[in-house]
Design a protein around this ligand. Structure first.
Ligand code: TRP
Length: 443
C-alpha cells in the first residue's frame, strides 16, 4: 500500500489517540450516557452496552481506521477508491448523520454554555432539587435564550473549524482532558459518600434480565456508536492521516476503553446522586444538568467545582463538535471542491437552521410530533439508532466481504492469523447480525 507523500500525517501515535479520544469523549459520555442508562433501567442496559462495545465496537473502530488508512481518503472517497460502484452512497448517508447529530449537539452544547455562564455568576447552586429542575426548564424553554446559546456554541465550534486552529485545541486537550478525568474522580468520590447513594446505585445496577426489551437493545447499540463516534466516517477520516507505522489494534482498544469508561464514570456520578436526593432517573435529556448543580451544593467550594466542571465539559463538547463539523466540511472540500471558508460558512448556516427546531423542542415546540417524540427526539433517534448503526453495518460488510483480500494483507503486520480471523468473523457475520437483530426487535 503506497502512502501519498503530500498527505498530512499524525505526528505520533499518542497524537492520534488524543484526537480520536477527544472526538469520542464529549457530551455523549457526560450528558447522554447517564440519562439513557437512567431511562433504560440500569444494570441490564449497562451489560448490553459493554457487550456491544466489546463484541462489535472495538472491531468497528479498527475497521474504520483501516478503511481510512488503506484509502488515504475520507468517508465517501474511501469507498470510491477501494471499490466504487454504489458504495460511496454509504458515505453520503454518513455525512447526513453527522449533519443531524451536530444540529442537536450544538443545542446541548448551548445548555453547557448557559450553565457555565450562571456558574461564573455564582448562581448555579439551587436550594433544592425541585428548584434545580425548575431552573433547567427555565433555561431551555425560553426560545430566545435557547437559540442564543445554541448560536454561541455553534460560533465557538465554527471559529475553530474556520480558523483551522485544531492544532491549538490538540495542545489544550493534552491537559484539559486529563483534568476532566481527575475532576470526575473527585466528584465520584463525593457522590458515593452521600447517604443512601451506594444502596440506591447497587439496587439500580444489579442486572435484572427481565428488563432487557427491544428499546434497551436499540438504545445500547445507539449509545455504543455515539460514544465511540462510530458509523459516520469520522474515524475513517482520522484514519486517513495514519501511516503504516501506527499499531491500530491497540489504538482501537485505547479509544474504546477511554470513551466507554468516561461514560461509566459520569453515570457513577449522576445516578448515585439521583438516589441520594430522591430524584427521578427517568428524567431524560435534562438529567445531568439538573443533578450536577445539586451535587455541587453538597460540596465545599461548590461554586468553584461548578465552574471547573462546566468549563471542562464545554471544552470536551467543543472537541467533539469540531470533529463533527470538520467531517462535513472535509466532505464538501473533497467531493465538491469547495474552499474551506465557503464550506464552513454554508454548513454552519445549514446547521443553525436545523438546530432551531431542536432548540425549541424543549419549549414552544415541545408537543410530541410522532408518538411521544419531539423533533429533538426524532432527530436523535434517526441519527443515533438508525443512521449510525446502518453506517457501521455497511462498513462491516464492506471490510468483511467486499475488500477482505486487501484487508487481510493490510492486517498482516497488525495481528496474528487467529485475531485476523476473529476480526473477519466479527465484520462479516457478528456485527451485521447483531445490528440486524436489534433493528428487527424494534420494528
Ligand atoms: N462521540 C461524541 C460524544 O460522545 C459525539 C461525536 C463526535 C460523534 N463525533 C462524532 C458521534 C462522530 C458520531 C460521529 O460526545
Amino acid at each position: 500500500m503506497s502512502i501519498s507523500t503530500e498527505r498530512a500525517a499524525w505526528g505520533s501515535r499518542l497524537g492520534f489517540i488524543f484526537a480520536a479520544v477527544g472526538s469520542a469523549v464529549g457530551l455523549g459520555a457526560i450528558w447522554k450516557f447517564p440519562y439513557v442508562m437512567g431511562q433504560n433501567g440500569g444494570g441490564a442496559f449497562l451489560l448490553v452496552y459493554f457487550g456491544c462495545v466489546m463484541l462489535i465496537g472495538i472491531a468497528l473502530l479498527l475497521a474504520e481506521m483501516l478503511l481510512g488508512r488503506m484509502s488515504q481518503r475520507t468517508a465517501t472517497s474511501a469507498f470510491r477508491v477501494l471499490k466504487g460502484g454504489a458504495w460511496p452512497i454509504v458515505g453520503m448517508f454518513q455525512v447526513l448523520a453527522l449533519y443531524i447529530i451536530v444540529s442537536f449537539y450544538v443545542v446541548v452544547g448551548g445548555w453547557t454554555l448557559a450553565y457555565l455562564v450562571s456558574a461564573l455568576g455564582g448562581s448555579v447552586i439551587p436550594d433544592s432539587s425541585d428548584q434545580a429542575a425548575g431552573r433547567f426548564t427555565a433555561v431551555i424553554s425560553n426560545p430566545t435564550q435557547a437559540i442564543a446559546y445554541t448560536l454561541g456554541f455553534l460560533a465557538l465550534t465554527a471559529a475553530v473549524v474556520i480558523g483551522g486552529v485544531e492544532k491549538g485545541i490538540e495542545r489544550f486537550s493534552k491537559f484539559l482532558m486529563p483534568a476532566l478525568f481527575i475532576l470526575m474522580l473527585i466528584l465520584m468520590a463525593r457522590v458515593l459518600t452521600l447517604p443512601n447513594a451506594i444502596e440506591g446505585l447497587l439496587y439500580y445496577i444489579t442486572p435484572d434480565f427481565s428488563k432487557i426489551t427491544g428499546q434497551v437493545l436499540i438504545d445500547a447499540l445507539g449509545l455504543t456508536f455515539f460514544s465511540l463516534s462510530l458509523g459516520c466516517g469520522m474515524i475513517v477520516a482520522y484514519g486517513s492521516y495514519l501511516t503504516q507505522s501506527h499499531r491500530l489494534v491497540s489504538t482501537s482498544l485505547w479509544v474504546a476503553l477511554l470513551a466507554s469508561l468516561s461514560g461509566l464514570m459520569a453515570a457513577l456520578i449522576i445516578l448515585p446522586a439521583v438516589f441520594a436526593f430522591g430524584m427521578n432517573p427517568n428524567e431524560g435529556p435534562g438529567l445531568t444538568f439538573i443533578t450536577m448543580p445539586v451535587i455541587f451544593g453538597q460540596m465545599p467550594f461548590g461554586d468553584v467545582f461548578a465552574v471547573a466542571f462546566f468549563a471542562l465539559l464545554l471544552f470536551a463538547a467543543l472537541t467533539s463538535a469540531v470533529s463533527l463539523l470538520e467531517g462535513i466540511v472535509g466532505y464538501c472540500m473533497d467531493d465538491w471542491r469547495w474552499s474551506r471558508a465557503k464550506a464552513s460558512w454554508l454548513i454552519c448556516a445549514a446547521v443553525f437552521a436545523l438546530s432551531i427546531p431542536n432548540a425549541l423542542s424543549f419549549g414552544v415546540w415541545s408537543a410530541p410530533l410522532l408518538g411521544d417524540k419531539t423533533f429533538f427526539d426524532i432527530m436523535d433517534y434517526v441519527a443515533v439508532n438508525i443512521l449510525m448503526p446502518a453506517g457501521g453495518f455497511a462498513v462491516a460488510v464492506f471490510i468483511g466481504w467486499v475488500i477482505w483480500p486487501k484487508v487481510r494483507i493490510e492486517l498482516a503486520e497488525e495481528c496474528n492469523p487467529l485475531w485476523q480471523q476473529v476480526f473477519r468473523w466479527i465484520c462479516a457475520v457478528l456485527a451485521p447480525v447483531v445490528i440486524a437483530v436489534i433493528w428487527y426487535t424494534n420494528l
